[in-house]
Design a protein around this ligand. Structure first.
Ligand SMILES: Cc1cc2nc3c(=O)[nH]c(=O)nc-3n(C[C@H](O)[C@H](O)[C@H](O)COP(=O)(O)OP(=O)(O)OC[C@H]3O[C@@H](n4cnc5c(N)ncnc54)[C@H](O)[C@@H]3O)c2cc1C
Length: 298
């Protein structure tokens, strides 16, 4: 939305194709001890872009993009009903999703005491008992952050994962962190309104852990499939971009959670979108040409 709004400001001939408006900003975690006024959900900022694009309805297509091809020095974008759109430049801003546990109770309590973004909600965990699921860097980073705020943090780690790294050692030595190694989540239980407890199996021993909030921090999966044949991605599939949101392919830019910037915050996404639009504008002015690409070593 930010990229589209900036493209319009620059009077570029822009088209915004998306399944919906607002992406993940439409979702937020509900917690029994948090009132809406205590959190800045970014709604006002998002609303500005949303109303601008709603107003400019002519440049917006609500559809699922199914294919992106490079052709004639530009790109052809195909949507679900088979329609195609040709363009000289393209900005990929398709986001990322958190990996689900796929256990009973997860769907029921998603965003009601259970979520996938500790980075966002850690500041609300003062004096709380929280539980993090995962064993890779994403989870350990979350635990390290939460341990500075929450009363107690329990990490449920199915494997040793990245526990043998500096951040893993930090987590293991923290006084208020309990690590349940070789443990898997069996189910999430709640009171019908909020998640309240996690049932785990640690090497055959089943136990229930009462918690205030559950963070699933297994893996973020970028929605980058459409672009895999076109641009370089990192080992997890995030699109590689440079400081100006250029990918490895001239004319193709990327912004937000789908990139390897690893920011995963609304404000970062907004800034990225604006930078990508400005870079697309420069590209169309002929500034750079073939050299105008991200250096994959950078
Ligand atoms: C529960 C939750 C709460 C959060 N709370 C906060 C918060 O309080 N503060 C904060 O700063 N950040 C928060 N975040 C993170 C923030 O929402 C994201 O960093 C931000 O939304 C990323 O923006 P984006 O545009 O890159 O991706 P997204 O918001 O994921 O948007 C991607 C868009 O692309 C569309 N799309 C994807 N594939 C296709 C396709 N093939 N065809 C058409 N359209 C497609 C999607 O429909 C979506 O509209 C939260 C995240 C979650 C999950």
């Amino acid at each position: 939305m930010a990229a589209a709004a900036y493209a319009v400001r620059k009077r570029m001939d822009a088209l915004f194709i998306s399944k919906g408006l607002g992406g993940r900003t439409n979702r937020h975690l509900e917690l029994p001890w948090v009132e809406d006024y205590q959190v800045a959900v970014g709604d006002e900022t998002i609303q500005r872009f949303r109303s601008q694009l709603d107003y400019l309805d002519y440049m917006r297509v609500r559809a699922l993009v199914t294919k992106v091809q490079a052709m004639n020095g530009g790109f052809r974008v195909e949507v679900a009903d088979g329609k195609t759109y040709d363009t000289k430049t393209l900005i990929a801003a398709t986001g990322a999703v958190g990996e689900h546990l796929k256990v009973p109770g997860e769907r029921e309590y998603e965003l009601r005491g259970l979520c996938y973004s500790a980075m966002t909600y850690a500041p609300l965990m003062v004096d709380r008992n929280v539980l993090v699921v995962g064993s890779e860097l994403l989870a350990l980073r979350a635990v390290a952050e939460l341990a500075r705020i929450a009363t107690q943090v329990t990490l449920v780690a199915a494997t040793d994962g990245d526990l043998d790294t500096p951040v893993g050692q930090k987590v293991l030595s923290a006084e208020n962190v309990i690590v349940k190694r070789n443990a898997t989540v069996l189910a999430v239980h709640g009171d019908g309104r909020y998640a309240r407890c996690v049932e785990i199996n640690q090497q055959g021993r089943v136990q229930e852990i009462p918690v205030d909030t559950i963070f699933i921090e297994k893996q973020l999966i970028p929605n980058s499939d459409l672009f895999l044949d076109l641009v370089a991605v990192d080992e997890c599939g995030f699109i590689k971009v440079d400081a100006r949101n250029r990918t490895t392919r001239p004319g193709l830019f990327a912004a937000g959670d789908v990139t390897n910037a690893m920011a995963f915050q609304v404000l970062m996404g907004l800034g990225d979108g604006e930078k990508a639009a400005l870079s697309a504008f420069d590209y169309l002015l002929g500034l750079g040409g073939e050299d105008f690409v991200c250096d994959t070593n950078g």
